[in-house]
Design a protein around this ligand. Structure first.
Ligand code: 7RM
Length: 657
């Protein structure tokens, strides 16, 4: 049964949150929401007062979706690292900024705002010493260690642009990202450590750097102490470089529209896009949403379990919380190490008040049973968030009832790499919660639903494509080096609107239910992967002529990866050697992209269902992967309709016999 067939169960606002939350009740939300849309510039000018500006803007916004033009706080100057660190020193110098929870639960470190300031200044001076200047790109390929925070904030401090690459990506994926943004300096570690297992990041980086002439310097953080090969003239130890530097460094006043970072994300076509975020609007939006969505209060211990390699970690481990002077936890390990109680162990030991994770982690932990949860004291928890994919009501119910003891607010936050921050979400103490619905738009956000023909759906109850009717400060400004791609991806499908790529339904109360991607993007464990990227990798296997990738149901990941592969004529004899094909394909994808993109299932096929113009009809493949053999719809436009029966027969044999 899909979420839409469930009679929506409603969990009323928890009374204990109603009077103490930052926004008190639905009518206060509605008044503020209406104000945010009625005079948007006045609203955002007011909200932006939460940020320290060196000099003011001369115009609040200049946005025109028909021209794909977005700019906020024009002419203003600020420094994001100053806002995340320096301005807290007068009253919070000794407060913990970051609690680092290492892979080994016995290993935790408290980093005060004073220490953070010193470490970031040293890192900033080291980057400068190695030639990094305002506007230069620095690629960061680090695990979840404090140096990751130091280096990203060091970039912000000197006006350099960071591009963080998730440490689970392969050498090839790293190489592509370094080349695309022409990074001058790369920062990595000897090894990463997760779940007791070491990952040779330095060796992977060495492989990537064989093909990146733009890189002049590699800084290497010592994490495990493993022996690594240092290339003379190129590689330096991070700890040696920062030790040489002074612990102060002036924060460069940058323009509000100067780039802060690039983050690569998958789309439906081609290689990943370098989503570019700028400084003033992004930090305003990250800070504002972090306070309101999580009902963050001074003194709270805040734990977002994402990886900083993804946007959730950028906005809600580092930038939003630190801009708000919070204590934020950086978690190096996995939810299952040393066992399925790890998150709750962290909650108990650090007395976490706000916890934020993804549905895939919730499902994986729910499957391990309640005992791991109940073993730990979770009475400090007040707000619990989810992000990354639609949450099924069963997982929502377990999170709310078991983890939160039925007493915490659950916020199902919908947003994207491109939106910079949370867009559609419940707010603690404000609105009733509906498991499976992200509920209501955040302040200043105007969701619009259009049908396939781009007609705006004016009725409250509506279904269609989710768009945004107006700009907000946190949105991406361009695709790095390819503005045309930004125009085509977000502003062309539905003229005059920002197109999200998601489908959705709005119910009679105006609540939004996200139904998932409407393009060829898969959401695997909350990570975005383009089917085209995975297919390109599979097709690079010698044995394979062509392939088609679709999503399929997966209990834990939400969406699994199903690949239909056609072997080369010369290798057709491998068709009986399923294990070898499966292994080869998974190894190839791991090498090209990373383990997260490995297919879960493979069906060796004699052909793919293509139209006469050569387009693969994925609808048919999705049905087959779902075990739905009956209702294939119209297949008369296929060049060879007989392939459908062969595919069904193959699938039935492999999966249903
Ligand atoms: C933050 C992040 C974005 C895509 C987005 C959706 C899906 C994210 C939710 C969700 C339903 C949610 N950035 N998505 N959050 N779907 N409910 N609360 O995940 O760029 O990596 O992914 O993720 O499809 O378009 S992302």
């Amino acid at each position: 049964m899909s979420v839409h067939e469930h009679p929506a169960k409603v969990y009323p606002v928890h009374p204990q949150l109603k009077d103490s939350a930052v926004v008190k009740g639905l009518s206060e939300y509605q008044a503020m929401y209406e104000k945010s849309l009625a005079d948007s510039d006045a609203f955002w000018a007011d909200i932006a007062q939460r940020i320290d500006w060196f000099s003011p803007w001369h115009q609040v916004s200049q946005c025109d979706f028909s021209k794909a033009q977005v700019a906020w706080f024009l002419g203003a100057k600020l420094n994001v690292a100053h806002n995340c660190i320096d301005r807290h020193l007068k009253d919070k110098a000794d407060q913990t900024a970051i609690i680092w929870e290492a892979d080994d639960p016995a290993d935790t470190r408290h980093i005060s705002y004073r220490e953070l300031h010193e470490e970031v200044c040293r890192a900033a001076n080291a980057l400068k010493a190695h030639g990094v200047q305002h506007g230069d790109r620095v690629c960061i390929y680090l695990p979840m260690i404090p140096e990751l925070a130091y280096v990203m904030l060091a970039c912000a401090r000197i006006g350099a642009v960071h591009s963080i690459v998730f440490a689970g990506f392969s050498a090839d994926a790293l190489k592509d990202r370094i080349l695309d943004c022409e990074a001058k300096v790369v920062v990595t570690a000897d090894e990463g450590l997760r779940g007791g297992k070491a990952i040779g990041l330095k060796a992977i980086t060495d492989q990537a750097l064989e093909q990146t002439p733009c890189v002049s310097r590699l800084l290497v953080v010592r994490r495990t102490g493993a022996e690594v090969n240092m290339v003379a003239g190129r590689d330096c130890w991070y700890h040696e470089e920062v030790a040489k530097q002074r612990p102060t460094c002036p924060a460069a006043w940058v323009d509000a529209e100067d780039p802060l970072f690039i983050l690569y994300t998958s789309g439906s076509t081609g290689k990943p896009k370098g989503v570019l975020h700028t400084s003033g609007g992004y930090i305003t939006y990250a800070s504002f949403t972090h306070q309101y969505v999580f009902d963050y209060r001074p003194g709270d211990i805040y734990f977002c379990a994402a990886d900083i390699g993804w946007i959730t970690g950028h906005s809600y481990i580092i930038y939003g919380p630190l801009a708000n002077g919070a204590t934020t936890i950086m978690f190096e390990s996995t939810p299952l190490y040393p066992d399925a109680g790890r998150y709750w162990d962290v909650v108990e030991r650090h007395k976490v008040n706000i916890f934020y994770t993804a549905p895939t982690a919730i499902r994986a932990l729910a499957a391990e049973g309640d005992a791991f949860v109940k073993k730990y004291d979770r009475s400090s928890l007040r707000v619990m968030g989810t992000v990354g994919e639609p949450i099924n009501p069963e997982a929502w119910g377990w999170y709310h009832d078991v983890v939160g003891d039925g007493r915490c607010a659950v916020v199902d936050t919908w947003w994207q790499t491109e939106t910079g921050g949370i867009m559609i979400t419940p707010q603690p103490g404000v609105n009733d919660m509906k498991p499976g619905s992200a509920t209501l738009p955040f302040y200043g956000i105007e969701p619009v639903i259009v049908d396939e023909a781009c007609n705006r759906q004016e009725d409250v109850e509506a279904t269609g494509l989710l768009c945004m009717g107006r700009a907000w400060p946190g949105m991406a400004r361009t695709v790095y080096g390819d503005h045309q791609r930004y125009v085509e991806t977000y502003f062309s499908r539905v003229p005059g609107y920002y197109f999200t790529g998601d489908g959705c339904r709005r119910d009679k109360d105006g609540c939004y239910w996200i139904t998932g991607r409407v393009d060829d993007v898969l959401n695997v464990s909350g990570h975005r992967l383009g089917t085209a990227e995975i297919e390109a990798s599979i097709n690079a296997c010698d044995w394979i002529a062509e392939s088609a990738v679709v999503g399929c149901h997966h209990d834990i990941k939400g969406t699994g990866i199903f690949a239909f592969v056609v072997l080369n004529r010369d290798n057709a004899d491998h068709k009986d050697d399923f294990d070898a094909v499966f292994k080869t394909v998974r190894e190839q994808v791991t090498a090209d992209i990373g383990k997260i993109a490995r297919p879960d299932h493979i069906l060796i096929s004699t052909g793919l269902p293509k139209t006469r113009s050569g387009k693969i009809m994925r609808r048919i493949l999705r049905n087959i992967a779902k075990n739905e053999y009956e209702d294939m719809g119209n297949i008369s436009t296929l060049a060879d309709p007989s392939v459908v029966a062969l595919l069904i027969e193959g699938h039935r044999k492999q999966f249903n016999s």
